[in-house]
Design a protein around this ligand. Structure first.
Ligand code: FAD
Ligand code: NAD
Length: 443
């Protein structure tokens, strides 16, 4: 009989926790999952699933726009109905995820958890002990430290708006800014994006980003480079964004999309002796903190891996295998793919064109509209770059196009498993399909 209440306690119930906690509980270990907000965390409730539901009519609108003549009539977006639809789609997710956890044998504990020592977490005055603890508390929005910052909102607020403001100012030009600017513009808002420097989406191939920005500009999104935002003030007719040398723009609603910060404070890490920095919790190559029985997973980690759902899920799976004794190996990250859900999207996996510029790789450029499959819905923009090593293994791919996320996803196994030519020739894809289209460019 263990001296602890649980074998493993997870603090947080997002992808960094639940993807591995369920399978671990199913092996017979006593698993608890502590959650202070919605079960499932950011991605289903306030992130990916919510956002992609809001994006669906934008895709439809763009397709109808491209195919005018073949189809007739423009697609307008009813924002109120769209937000209600989004809510209806995501409402069942916490129960579905929670149900899966409890069916696997895990216990869900509701409330804010805080370490009181290395084996104990207090939740609303009650203590729970565990042999091992996994911290998976994720991140929360960063807020600009400027006068009037309280007048701004975050991505969660945006997705709950039942009325779309007429004029929206967005601070920052990363993932959230570019995706939400796309959606708000498509739904009829006047959007201005205030950029810190002169590049958006710095980690993506800039020639692709620039083409997407040019298209957004054509559609009415304004970009203010090197904005140097100094304050927000309330005015009779809205909120003034003060920037540059005494310039200002008045909008109805401000979205602060200047990044996210780890939830490593207010969880009692000092009481447990766990090391952390402003970038998050420090772990070794087994996702173990400096305290041997405490691990961490997902967005809260101080690591270079992208803070994305596939990363959190991979880490959670890894901890399942480690904590159930199925591996003792260090974590070995695969190439993590990513997409910005602008319209067209920008997606990538593996070696980037920038990293491949050293001459050791072969780069193959394709213009998406040249592909007959992309002509069926009249795609007029888009390029992709495939990157091969000297042995003609695909090691990276980046694309901007309406279907870039699926195009990159289908190539993922070739990059991760280092397929050789014989293996590539062994694959026969469903035709016609985005997979057949993407793989056609490889062989
Ligand atoms: C608007 C938005 C859109 C996104 N879109 C995408 C996308 O399209 N694709 C993609 O791959 N990624 C996307 N992401 C990122 C993705 O959501 C995260 O990478 C992922 O959710 C990380 O999972 P996690 O478990 O580490 O953290 P989270 O999902 O944030 O889960 C952490 C959980 O811990 C809980 N918690 C924190 N502290 C405590 C405490 N003390 N006690 C109890 N519970 C606590 C929180 O309430 C939360 O539920 C998006 C993020 C945002 C904000
Ligand atoms: N499609 C996806 O996978 C997706 C979508 C949304 C969010 N996410 C995840 O959520 C994270 C957070 O998204 P995000 O867009 O808030 O962050 P981000 O890191 O992508 O972008 C932050 C932006 O804010 C700017 N910025 C930072 N500090 C600033 C300052 N002081 N003044 C002005 N601008 C400043 C940066 O230059 C950058 O343009 C992402 O990094 C990503 O991990 C992923």
């Amino acid at each position: 009989m263990s001296e602890y209440d649980y074998d493993v306690l997870y603090l947080g119930s997002g992808h960094g926790a639940f993807d591995g906690a369920g399978p671990l509980a199913a092996t017979g270990q006593k698993v608890g999952v502590i959650e202070s907000d919605m079960i499932g965390g950011t991605c289903p409730n306030y992130g990916c699933n919510a956002k992609i539901t809001l994006d669906a009519p934008v895709v439809l609108q763009r397709m109808a726009e491209r195919m005018q003549g073949v189809v007739s009539g423009q697609i307008g977006i009813n924002w109120k109905a769209l937000v209600a639809h989004k809510q209806a789609v995501i409402n069942p997710l916490p129960d579905a995820i929670g149900g899966k956890l409890t069916q696997s044998g895990a216990t869900i504990i509701r409330g804010h958890g805080q370490f009181t020592d290395a084996h104990t977490i207090a939740v609303d005055g009650k203590s729970y002990t565990a042999e091992k603890i996994v911290i998976a508390t994720g991140q929360r929005p960063h807020r600009l430290d400027i006068p009037g910052t309280e007048l701004a909102h975050d991505s969660r607020d945006f997705m709950a708006l039942t009325e779309l403001p007429e004029r929206i100012g967005i601070l920052g030009s990363g993932y959230i800014s570019m995706e939400f600017a796309t959606m708000a513009n498509a739904a009829g808002a006047a959007v201005t994006v205030f950029m810190r420097g002169d590049t958006a989406l710095r980690e993506f191939h800039q020639p692709f980003v620039k083409q997407v920005m040019a298209d957004m500009t054509k559609r009415g999104v304004a970009f203010v480079p090197n904005a140097d935002i100094s304050a927000l003030t309330k005015k009779k007719d809205g909120i003034a964004i003060h920037y540059g040398a005494q310039q200002e723009e008045t909008v109805d609603w401000v979205l602060d999309a200047t990044g996210r910060i780890p939830n490593a404070d207010k969880i009692g890490l000092d009481a447990a002796g766990v090391e952390y920095t402003k970038h998050g919790i420090v772990v070794d190559d087994h996702l173990r903190t400096n305290i041997p029985n405490i691990y961490a997973s997902g967005d809260v980690l101080a690591k270079d891996q992208p803070k994305l759902t596939p990363t959190a899920t991979f880490e959670s799976y890894y901890l399942f295998h480690l904590l159930s004794g199925q591996t003792t190996d260090p974590i070995n990250y695969p190439a993590i793919p990513t997409t910005v859900y602008t319209s067209p999207r920008i997606a990538k996996v593996g070696v980037t064109p920038e990293a491949a510029a050293n001459g050791n790789y072969k780069l193959v450029h394709n213009h998406i509209p040249d592909d007959w499959y992309r002509q069926i819905d009249e795609e007029t923009m888009g390029d992709n770059i495939l990157i091969f090593d000297q042995g003609h293994h695909l090691v990276g791919a980046t694309e901007f196009s309406e279907q870039a996320e699926d195009s990159i996803n289908t190539l993922l196994p070739a990059v991760v498993f280092h397929y050789d030519q014989a293996q590539m020739w062994q694959l026969a894809h469903i035709f016609p399909s985005i997979s057949a289209s993407a793989w056609h460019k490889i062989r």
